[in-house]
Design a protein around this ligand. Structure first.
Ligand code: BLA
Length: 241
C-alpha cells in the first residue's frame, strides 16, 4: 500500500544526494513472523551522505493486517534543520493513520519561524490532513510542529490526498534544506548533537510501535530494534528482563 511512497522517497533521495548504504545490526535488517493472522515481514534500509547523517526507513508488510512505512531523516550535526519524520500506518481499512512533519529540534520562536513557517502553505493546502487529533503517546509540543499532517483517513484519500502531500512535504524539506548554512562553531554543533540524542531518547521511550514489534517478533527483538537501529543514540533506561 505504501510501496509507491517508499519508491518516491528513494528516487527523491537518489537524484539529489550521493548515498552510502549503512550497515544495520545483525538480525534487524529483515525479520519474518508467523505469529499474527497474516504472515508479517519487516524490512529496513539505512543510508548516509554528506548532508544527512542517517536516513532510515522501514516497511512492515503483514498483508491486510498491517502496512506501515516509517522514516526519519537526520541532518548532519552541522545543520540545525528539523528531522523529516514520516509514519504511515494502516491496520486494515478501518484504521489508517498518517503523520508527516518536519520535526523541530527546538521550540523557540526564531527556530520555528525559520524552519516550520515554510510549511504553512502546505499545511493549509492539506487542511483535511491536519486533523488536530490528540496524541496519547507523544507530547505534541516536543519534536512536533504546528504544521504537521496528522490524520485518520480512508484508503481513497491515501492515494488522492496523502500521496500528493507526502511528495510536497518531501520536496519542500529538500528545498528548505538547500538554503540552510552549516554551523561553524563547535559549541553550536554540540548543541545539535545533544538535541539529536534527546530526540532518540524521547522517541525510544515513547514509541507506540514497541507493542507491535513485540507481538510479531518478540520483546527482545523489539528492544534491540528500537535501541540499536531506530533510535541508536538512545540509552536503554533500565534492564527489566
Ligand atoms: C503513532 N506509530 C504510531 C502508532 C504505531 C506507530 C503502532 C500507534 C497507532 C495507534 O494509535 O494505535 C508505528 N512507530 C511505528 C513504527 C515505527 C515507529 C512502525 O517508530 C518504526 C518502524 N512516529 C514516527 C515518526 C513520526 C511519528 C518519525 O516514528 C513523525 C512524523 C508520529 N506516530 C506518530 C504520531 C503518532 C504515531 C504523532 C500518534 C501517537 C499518539 O497518539 O501520541
Amino acid at each position: 500500500m505504501y510501496k509507491v511512497f517508499q519508491n518516491y522517497l528513494e528516487q527523491a533521495l537518489a537524484e539529489r544526494f550521493s548515498l552510502t548504504e549503512q550497515a544495520i545490526p545483525e538480525g534487524l535488517q529483515h525479520q519474518k513472523s508467523d505469529r499474527g493472522r497474516n504472515p508479517a515481514e519487516i524490512t529496513s534500509w539505512c543510508y548516509d551522505c554528506p548532508e544527512f547523517r542517517k536516513i532510515r526507513y522501514t516497511y512492515i508488510d503483514a498483508g491486510a493486517s498491517a502496512q506501515v512505512f516509517n522514516s526519519v531523516i537526520y541532518p548532519g550535526f552541522e545543520y540545525e534543520m528539523p528531522m523529516l519524520g514520516i509514519d504511515l500506518l494502516s491496520f486494515g481499512k478501518k484504521k489508517i493513520l498518517v503523520v508527516i512533519d518536519f520535526q523541530p529540534l527546538f521550540q523557540d520562536e526564531d527556530y520555528l519561524e525559520k524552519y516550520i513557517d515554510p510549511m504553512r502553505t502546505l499545511r493549509y493546502k492539506y487542511d483535511d490532513l491536519a486533523q488536530d487529533l490528540g496524541m496519547k503517546f507523544y507530547d505534541a509540543n516536543q519534536y512536533f510542529s504546528k504544521n504537521l499532517l496528522f490524520a485518520k483517513v480512508d484508503e481513497q484519500s491515501v492515494e488522492e490526498r496523502v500521496f500528493p502531500a507526502f511528495k510536497d512535504y518531501i520536496e519542500l524539506y529538500f528545498e528548505v534544506f538547500k538554503e540552510v548554512k552549516p554551523l561553524k562553531s563547535e559549541q553550536a554543533i554540540q548543541r545539535i548533537v545533544q538535541a539529536h540524542k534527546d530526540y532518540d531518547q524521547y522517541s525510544a521511550e515513547r514509541d507506540p510501535a514497541h507493542g507491535l514489534f513485540s507481538s510479531y517478533f518478540g520483546e527482545a527483538w523489539a528492544d534491540r530494534f528500537l535501541y540499536e537501529f531506530l533510535f541508536a543514540d538512545a540509552q536503554p533506561v533500565a534492564v527489566t528482563h
